[in-house]
Design a protein around this ligand. Sequence first.
Ligand code: CP
Length: 307
Amino acid sequence: MALKNLIEAKQLLEQGVLGELIADATKFEESDKTNSIPQLLDGKVLAALFYEPSTRTRFSFETAMLKLGGEVISTESASHFSSVTKGETLEDTIKIIGGYADVIVMRHPDKGASKRAATVSPVPILNAGDGPGEHPSQALLDLYTIKKEIGRLDDFCIAMVGDLKNGRTIHSLVKILAERKNVLIKLVAPCELQLPGEYVKLLEEKKVKFEKLSDLDDALDADVVYMTRIQKERFESKEDYERVKDCFVFGKNELAKFNKNGIILHPLPRVNEISPEIDSDPRAAYFRQAKNGVYARMALLKMVLGK
Ligand code: CP
């Protein structure tokens, strides 16, 4: 069981991969509590190549590498501070960095950029988000969180809320959920931000139960509510964004009606879609989810670096 890189969530469906990653993430989380993480990646170097802003993905990958004994090289903002500004192609950049580092974590505004990088890279590429495409390591940490919080990855109802069109974390998670048993997916979005056809087709082909909804209240019986940000940067006009920007807000009223055993997730960053007033409720799991990213990514680094 091994991955050479992680470009799309469907790779997590390869025989035994998801189970091994979740088991390793659990072990790393346990060993972190006793400061006894094995230094498996001593002497290895991770390059963080981010052409778009990031807080969680970049810092959690870097933390994961450091906790495993490895080193990190990174650029503040690759679109401004790498030789892209001089006209260097993505392919050349990857070939060069692949000569310095043992693994490259890359975020890029273009869908498919990680796939392009992987075709020329001498070292593993980990897709940290390719425009409105995918964010597979986020799906991994989301699944790790769901397993930890509700105890299962089958037989549950998840409401996906917000910008399902541009939300790459949604796209990656849907690909995995389509393969699980007895998962009901409630897709809560304005018409223009509903899940793209290719993912709806997948759900239909896999005979996954799903509902398209326009009212968050109709999804508050779910075991997992997965809120997402309306992705301002992917809109063509300010007016289009303004029309939908606050369409779903999970606040105190929603919390009062929400499943008593449910959890609220969000890949973050949030804008207005979750009121800070509900942060202290035990069902608000999004900060725990963000921390889980470190352990999920430790497991992933261990796998692709063959340790
Ligand atoms: N969840 C996520 O991708 O967050 P960042 O944009 O901060 O990396």
